[in-house]
Design a protein around this ligand. Structure first.
Ligand code: PEP
Ligand code: MG
Length: 760
C-alpha cells in the first residue's frame, strides 16, 4: 500500500509538472486523484487573489460547465470552512453539517460523503481539494492521509502553475491577469524593466521560449550547429573505426541519422520557420522525443532517450556559443532572470542597462545577492514559483525591498512602483551630498566606514562613495572568474591593483574562502553538508601550497605601499590561527630573502562560527584584529542555511542570540585591546549600524551602496541615544520586537526612508 501510494503520488506530481498551464494542471489533478481514490467526485477550489473568493476551478464528477463561474465568499460553506481552519473536514453526510451550503448548478445534491483538505503553500492557503461520494460513509484515515499528502505535494506545483497561467500566451484583446510571486529581498530598490532570461549552459530543460523576426538567421544558426555536431561525431566515429566491429560501428550512422531533416532535424527547422528561435525550437522538439523514448516499454528503446538528450545538448551547446560570440542585445532597462544567476552572467550586461535581477534559487545571503547589493541593483532571490523560462521580453517589476516580482501589474500598481523608483533616485541624489562628510554622530562619536570588495568595479564605486578603507576583499572572486588557480604573479598583479587604488587607506585581504556555496569550477568539492565541511581556512591549511602562494603574492603586492591587512576566514580552533600565522611568517621570511622590502602585515581573524564567539578572547590575544562575518555567524547560530529560500524567514539578523554574540565579540576585542570590525551584510543596514556603533565596533565594513545610507543614519542619531537604544533592545526576547523598536527609533529621527530596505 505504501509503495503504491508513493508510486501514485510520484506519477501524479510528475504528470502535473509537465502541464501547460493552470487549467491543464488542475484537470490532471482531479482526474488522477479521483481514479486513485476510487471516489465519484474530485474538485479543486482556488482563492482568487483579488476578490478572496473560493472559485470552483476544476472538477471530475460535478458540472464542469460551472468551472470558473461558481464561487464561495471567504468562510462560506464547507469548502470555506476547510480554508478558514486550514485543516481537513471529513464528513459522512455533508448536508447535516451546520456550515453546509449548496452551490447552485454544481450537481452536488446526490453526494453525501465529503472530504476537503486545504492546499497550502509557504503558509498561504491557495485553495481546497475536495473528494465526494454518494454513499454515506466517512473517508477512512488512510484516505484522508493520502489526500493531505497529495495536496501538500501539489501545492507548490499549483502555485507555480497559477503564475504560469498568467504569463501563458494571451488571447488578443484579453488583459493578462496580474500575478505576484514572492521571493526573498536580495538587494534593496525597485525596478521596472524587460526580462532577459539566462539559462545555464546547455541544459535543454531550461531554455527560455522566445519568438523572433529573423527566422533565416535562426535557421542558419541551427544548420551551423548541426554541421558542427555532425563533424564532432564523425571525428569520434573515424577514431573508433578500427576498434569496433562494423555492426557496432553502424550505430554512429543511426546516431547521425537522428539529426537528419527527415527526422528530428526537420521538426526543429519547421518550428523555427514558424517563428521560434533556434534554441527554443530545438529544446521543445528534443524534450518531446526524450519523453517519448522514456515512456517506451522496451529497455533498449528507453535507453535511446539518453542518446537523443546527448545529441540535443551538443547542438544546444553550439547554438549558445554562437549566441555568446554575437553578443546579446540588452534592452535599455534589463531585468536579468535565471534559475541560479552567476557573477559572470551579471558581468555580461552593460551596467547602465541593468536595472534588476531575479534568481529563482538562492537567498539574500547568496553571493550573487551580495554582489548585486555592491552594484546597487534591486534584486529578488528565491522566487521559486516564477515560470522564468517563459518570461523573455516581458515587462516585470522587481521589488527588492519586499522580495516580490510582479507580472502584468494593474496600472495603479505600476504607477505606485514608478513613484518609488523616482523617490529612490531622489534619495540617492540627496545621499550623494554626504560623500565627503565624516561618519560622525551629532555628539561627536566617529566611526569609520569601510567597504567590501571583490571586483575591480567595486573599487571605483567605493572610492566615489567616500570609503575610508577595505574591510573585506573577497579574494575568491578573481579565483572564481578563472579556469585554473591564478599563479602567484597573476595574483600579485590583481592584489597590487586593489592596494594601489586605496593606498594609503587600509585594505583587508581575506585568504581564499572557498567551499560552502563557493565552488571553483576547476576545484570541485562534493560534500553532503558543504557549509559544515571543507571550507575557508580548512581548505587552505590542507593545501599549504595554495595558501603560501597567495600570502606571498599579497606581501609582494604590498611593497612600498604598506596598507595590507590579512584576514583568515572560518576559524573555529585556536590551532588553525596559530598554524596560519606560522605560514604567514614563513612567507614573509621567504619574500624578504627574495629582496622584497615589506613589513609583516597585521593578521586578523574572522569571527563567523559560534566557537569563535566563545573563544573571541583567546583569538584576540593572538591576532591583531577581529572582524565579524555576520552572514555566516547568523547562519551557524540559528542553524539556518543562508541560501535556502524555504527557511529564509528564519534567518533573522536581529535575533537576540545574534545581537548577544555581536556584543560579546565587541567586548572581547576591547578587553584585549584589539580593534573589532564587522564585515557581514548587517553592517550595511542603517538600523543595525546604530546598534553596532553603540556596542563599540571600531569599523563597519559594507557594500559600497550602503555607505551613504549608513552615514546618514549615524549623522542623525547621537551616540548617547544609540547607547540607550542598545540597552533597551538587549532586553527584548524577540527578533520582531527588536525590529519594531528600531523602526520606531528610525521614524523618530526622520529616517523612515530606510525602513523598507531593512533586514528583519
Ligand atoms: C560573512 O560570512 O559574514 C562574510 C563577510 O563572508 P562571506 O559572506 O563572504 O561568507
Ligand atoms: Mg563568511
Amino acid at each position: 500500500m505504501v509503495t503504491m501510494m508513493l508510486e501514485t503520488l510520484r506519477n501524479v506530481v510528475q504528470e502535473v509538472n509537465t502541464a501547460e498551464g493552470l487549467a491543464d494542471a488542475l484537470g490532471i489533478i482531479v482526474r488522477r486523484v479521483r481514479d486513485a481514490m476510487g471516489t465519484e467526485v474530485c474538485s479543486v477550489y482556488l482563492i482568487d487573489e483579488t476578490t478572496g473568493r473560493l472559485v470552483f476551478r476544476a472538477t471530475e464528477g460535478l458540472n464542469a460547465g460551472q468551472v470558473g463561474l461558481a464561487s464561495l465568499a471567504p468562510g462560506e460553506g464547507l469548502v470555506g470552512l476547510v480554508a478558514e481552519r486550514e485543516e481537513p473536514v471529513n464528513l459522512e453526510n455533508a448536508e447535516s453539517h451546520p456550515r453546509f451550503q449548496l452551490l447552485q448548478d454544481l450537481g452536488e445534491e446526490s453526494f453525501h460523503a465529503f472530504l476537503g483538505v486545504p492546499i497550502i503553500h509557504q503558509r498561504e492557503v491557495l485553495g481546497v481539494l475536495v473528494v465526494q461520494q454518494r454513499e454515506r460513509r466517512r473517508f477512512d484515515e488512510s484516505e484522508e492521509a493520502f489526500l493531505v499528502t497529495m495536496s501538500a505535494q501539489l501545492a507548490g506545483v499549483i502555485a507555480h502553475a497559477r503564475v504560469t497561467g498568467s504569463v501563458a500566451e494571451q488571447l488578443p484583446g484579453v488583459a493578462a491577469a496580474p500575478a505576484r510571486v514572492s521571493g526573498i529581498p536580495g538587494a534593496p530598490g525597485v525596478a521596472i524593466g524587460t526580462a532577459v532570461v539566462v539559462s545555464p549552459v546547455a541544459d535543454l530543460f531550461t531554455v527560455p521560449r522566445r519568438l523572433v523576426d529573423d527566422r533565416r538567421r535562426e535557421l542558419r544558426a541551427f544548420r551551423n550547429a548541426l554541421d558542427a555536431v555532425r563533424a564532432d561525431i564523425q571525428a569520434v566515429s573515424d577514431n573508433l573505426r578500427g576498434e569496433m566491429s562494423p555492426e557496432d560501428h553502424a550505430l554512429f550512422d543511426v546516431y547521425l541519422g537522428i539529426l537528419d531533416d527527415s527526422a528530428i532535424g526537420g521538426e526543429v527547422a519547421a518550428m523555427i520557420k514558424a517563428g521560434h528561435w533556434a534554441q527554443g525550437a530545438l529544446a521543445a522538439v528534443m524534450i518531446r522525443h526524450i519523453r517519448h523514448f522514456e515512456r517506451m516499454e522496451h529497455s533498449y528503446l528507453r535507453e535511446r532517450a539518453v542518446d537523443v538528450k546527448d545529441l540535443g545538448t551538443r547542438v544546444l551547446g553550439y547554438l549558445q556559443d554562437a549566441d555568446r560570440v554575437q553578443g546579446r542585445d540588452y534592452p535599455e532597462h534589463t531585468v536579468l532572470v535565471g534559475e541560479e544567476l552567476t557573477a559572470s552572467a551579471l558581468g555580461e550586461v552593460p551596467r547602465e542597462r541593468l536595472v534588476g535581477l531575479i534568481s529563482v534559487r538562492g537567498s539574500g545571503n547568496s553571493h550573487v545577492a551580495i554582489l548585486a547589493r555592491a552594484m546597487g541593483v534591486p534584486t529578488v532571490m528565491g522566487a521559486v514559483d516564477l515560470p522564468y523560462t517563459r518570461l523573455q521580453d516581458r515587462e516585470l517589476i522587481v521589488d527588492g525591498y519586499n522580495g516580490t516580482v510582479h507580472l502584468n501589474p494593474l496600472s495603479e500598481v505600476r504607477a505606485r512602483y514608478q513613484a518609488l523608483v523616482d523617490q529612490d533616485q531622489a534619495l540617492s541624489r540627496d545621499l550623494e551630498s554626504l560623500r565627503d562628510l565624516p561618519c560622525e554622530t551629532p555628539d561627536g562619536h566617529r566611526i569609520p566606514l569601510w567597504v567590501n570588495t571583490g571586483l575591480m568595479a567595486d573599487v571605483t564605486r567605493s572610492l566615489e562613495q567616500g570609503a575610508e578603507g577595505v574591510g573585506l576583499y573577497r579574494t575568491e572572486v578573481p579565483f572564481l572568474l578563472r579556469e585554473r588557480f591564478p599563479s602567484e604573479e597573476e595574483q600579485r598583479q590583481i592584489y597590487r591593483e586593489q592596494l594601489e587604488a586605496f593606498a594609503p587607506r587600509p585594505v583587508t585581504m581575506r585568504t581564499l574562502d572557498i567551499g560552502g556555496d563557493k565552488a571553483l569550477p576547476y576545484f570541485p568539492i562534493q560534500e553532503d553538508n558543504p557549509f559544515l565541511g571543507w571550507r575557508g581556512i580548512r581548505v587552505t591549511l590542507d593545501h599549504p601550497e595554495i595558501f603560501l602562494a597567495q600570502v606571498r603574492a599579497m606581501l609582494k603586492a604590498n611593497e612600498g605601499l604598506n596598507n595590507l591587512r590579512i584576514m583568515l576566514p572560518m576559524i573555529s580552533h585556536v590551532a588553525e590561527l596559530d598554524e596560519a600565522i606560522q605560514l604567514i611568517r614563513r612567507s614573509h621570511r621567504e619574500v624578504v630573502q627574495e629582496g622584497v622590502e615589506v613589513a609583516l602585515p597585521p593578521v586578523g581573524v574572522m569571527v563567523e562560527v559560534p566557537a569563535a564567539v566563545y573563544q573571541a578572547r583567546a583569538l584576540a590575544r593572538r591576532a591583531d584584529f577581529l572582524s565579524v562575518g555576520s552572514n555566516d555567524l547568523t547562519q551557524y547560530l540559528l542553524a539556518v542555511d543562508r541560501n535556502n529560500a524555504r527557511v529564509a524567514d528564519l534567518y533573522h539578523s536581529f535575533h537576540p542570540a545574534v545581537l548577544r554574540a555581536l556584543q560579546d565579540v565587541a567586548s572581547a576585542g576591547r578587553e584585549a585591546g584589539k580593534p573589532v570590525s564587522i564585515c557581514g551584510e548587517l553592517a550595511g543596514d542603517p538600523l543595525a549600524a546604530i546598534l553596532l556603533l553603540a556596542m563599540g565596533y571600531d569599523v563597519l565594513s559594507m557594500n559600497a551602496t550602503s555607505l551613504t545610507r549608513v552615514k546618514k543614519a549615524v549623522r542623525n542619531i547621537g551616540y548617547q541615544r544609540a547607547r540607550e537604544v542598545l540597552e533597551d533592545v538587549m532586553t527584548l526576547d524577540h527578533a520582531t520586537a527588536v525590529y519594531q523598536y528600531l523602526e520606531r527609533v528610525m521614524r523618530e529621527h526622520g529616517l523612515q526612508q530606510f525602513l523598507h530596505g531593512a533586514v528583519s
